[in-house]
Design a protein around this ligand. Structure first.
Ligand SMILES: *[C@@H]1O[C@H](CO)[C@@H](O)[C@H](O)[C@H]1NC(C)=O
Ligand SMILES: *[C@@H]1O[C@H](CO)[C@@H](O)[C@H](O)[C@H]1NC(C)=O
Ligand SMILES: *[C@@H]1O[C@H](CO)[C@@H](O)[C@H](O)[C@H]1NC(C)=O
Ligand SMILES: *[C@@H]1O[C@H](CO)[C@@H](O)[C@H](O)[C@H]1NC(C)=O
Ligand SMILES: *[C@@H]1O[C@H](CO)[C@@H](O)[C@H](O)[C@H]1NC(C)=O
Ligand SMILES: *[C@@H]1O[C@H](CO)[C@@H](O)[C@H](O)[C@H]1NC(C)=O
Ligand SMILES: *[C@@H]1O[C@H](CO)[C@@H](O)[C@H](O)[C@H]1NC(C)=O
Length: 453
């Protein structure tokens, strides 16, 4: 067992004090950092991976990370026993549109690699997918690669919502979690951000518990248990994160999950993890999400759901710098612009002047074929970075995603004082690259641009 409890929390506090140089500061800190009692000795590595849509470029010297495609391909190829996938919809094949587009090749290639892994290398493939599916991708994997497929009908399970998770779990050792769907567009046409964690059975086995939960709910006639059996429980959570080294740098980490009814004993509910991270921020909160709304969007009647919006306002009021980067594409609801605008207004009012700004990211189509692809050319990122924490999620930031939709948050606590070049800092640089890029527009700029069209 690589994960074990350290029986001397007092000792940890002492170490923490030395680390932060002052006990008073340390003991006054929230529990996001340094108080963990669980240590992981696996040689974990963490790589941020991104899909940068074709022809979207940044100035020389901007942060560059491995592609989602390369990350996932290497995960598939490193599998020795099992590949467990949890997904919303599957359109890795370019044939989901009525004509051929050359940019489908990465999706096709991943599909082929999965097929070969199951068929030729006899890797056990388990797929938990949302029901209904419009494509036959997973049926094909079942027929040709021996994949076992289970479908979760959220309408039946909880009345509304979807399985919105995007999880790749390999041998319960390595995983991907992030914004990329199982869609060929997610590698060449849609901007995505996620994380590949390798050689990390401590966290991968905790991810496995989330997968096991989906797997259970995919059984015919399954119902959501009132109380989940112990095998789904975790000891790794917000108040007790795992002490782990990513790329040799010590951090604390945990996985949160939504909706609340999917959380077994000990699991931090995803929205609680977002709120806690915001409350722990001292200097800044940078958020990049595709959709942002302090309401429910899909369930009727719609409800006002200000949980996240309130936290951003509170943080700005106490002097934390807030930057919210939403995404704009032809399907964006006008509501979202209005709600975001109402946050940006805070930066114009005195006493106290709040450093709270919003922008919208547009992924331009550079060629006629790019404009033609349905549901492409958009920034699909779903993450947050503060001066202490990196949060990588799979959910849009509106009520439904935290009430009835299944998603995962991957959290790394790593204060600014720790080693330079760490993953939190890398995420901060990605955010700032995008925020100051030519693709990010303030609302007045966006309105001007739209009125010209
Ligand atoms: C756009 O990207 C594609 C694929 O990477 C490349 O083949 C093509 O030359 C690029 N086109 C332009 C106008 O940059
Ligand atoms: C899926 O397979 C069924 C039966 O083989 C076929 O009728 C249907 O057209 C396929 N759907 C797609 C989206 O390929
Ligand atoms: C999902 O469950 C609902 C409610 O039980 C049912 O009406 C619907 O047909 C199911 N959908 C699928 C794809 O099985
Ligand atoms: C994971 O561990 C294996 C075996 O110890 C090693 O060969 C491999 O390089 C490691 N991978 C990473 C990404 O650290
Ligand atoms: C699921 O429930 C339906 C309706 O109650 C029943 O007919 C069916 O046999 C059940 N399936 C299984 C696998 O239990
Ligand atoms: C977090 O995990 C610890 C065990 O590590 C447990 O005692 C505690 O109750 C958990 N917290 C929550 C909120 O579930
Ligand atoms: C986020 O919301 C948008 C608009 O409602 C939707 O098109 C998109 O699919 C959602 N994100 C994901 C990953 O589904």
């Amino acid at each position: 067992m690589a994960c074990e409890a350290t029986p001397q929390p007092g000792l940890k506090v002492w170490f923490c004090c030395v680390f932060l140089l002052t006990c008073i500061v340390s003991l006054g800190e929230s529990s996001t950092w340094g108080m963990s009692s669980q240590t992981c000795t696996d040689p974990c590595s963490l790589t941020l991976v991104e899909s940068i849509p074709d022809n979207l470029t940044y100035p020389a010297g901007s942060p560059v990370h491995p592609s989602t495609y390369d990350g996932l391909l290497s995960l598939i190829n490193s599998a020795k026993q099992s590949i467990e996938l949890a997904s919303y919809y599957w359109t890795l094949h370019g044939s989901d549109i009525s004509y051929h587009d050359d940019s489908d090749w990465q999706g096709e290639s991943l599909f082929k690699s999965l097929l070969k892994a199951g068929r030729d290398r006899k890797i056990k493939i388990k797929i938990a997918q949302n029901s209904p599916q419009t494509s036959n991708d997973t049926m094909e994997l079942a027929q040709s690669a021996g994949a076992e497929v289970r479908s979760l009908n959220f309408t039946r399970l909880i009345g509304s919502g979807i399985l919105h998770t995007k999880m790749w779990l390999i041998d319960r050792q390595h995983f991907y979690v992030g914004s990329a769907n199982f869609d060929w567009r997610s590698f060449t046409q849609v901007k995505e951000l996620g994380v590949v964690v390798r050689n990390c059975s401590c966290l991968a086995s905790d991810m496995g518990k989330l997968f096991d939960g989906y797997w259970y709910l995919g059984k015919p006639n399954a119902t959501v248990p009132k109380s989940w059996p112990d095998t789904y429980s975790t000891t790794i959570n917000f108040t007790n994160p795992l002490q782990v080294k990513f790329n040799s740098t010590p951090v604390t980490s945990f996985l949160s999950s939504s909706p609340p009814s999917f959380c077994a004993m000990g699991r931090t509910v995803d929205i609680d993890s977002i709120v806690s991270i915001m409350r722990g921020a001292k200097e800044f909160i940078y958020v990049a999400v595709m959709d942002y709304s302090p309401t429910t969007e899909f369930a009727y009647p719609r409800e006002y759901w200000p949980v996240i919006d309130d936290e951003l306002r509170k943080a700005a009021f106490r002097g934390v710098q807030v930057k919210l980067l939403g995404s704009y594409w032809p399907h964006t609801h006008n509501d979202m612009i209005t709600y975001m605008e109402s946050l940006s207004i805070l930066s114009t009012s005195p006493r106290p002047l709040m450093d709270c700004h919003v922008k919208l990211f547009i992924v331009p189509a550079y060629t006629p074929s790019q404009s033609k692809i349905p549901y492409a050319r958009v920034n699909h990122n779903k993450y947050m970075v503060t001066d202490r924490t990196a949060y990588i999620g799979t959910s849009n930031w509106s009520g439904d995603y935290f009430i009835s939709t299944a998603g995962i948050g991957f959290v790394v606590n790593q204060p600014e004082s720790s080693t330079a070049g760490n993953s939190r800092e890398q995420l901060e640089k990605i955010f700032l690259r995008d925020w100051y890029s030519e693709y990010a527009h303030t609302i007045p700029q966006l309105k001007k641009q739209l009125s010209r069209q």
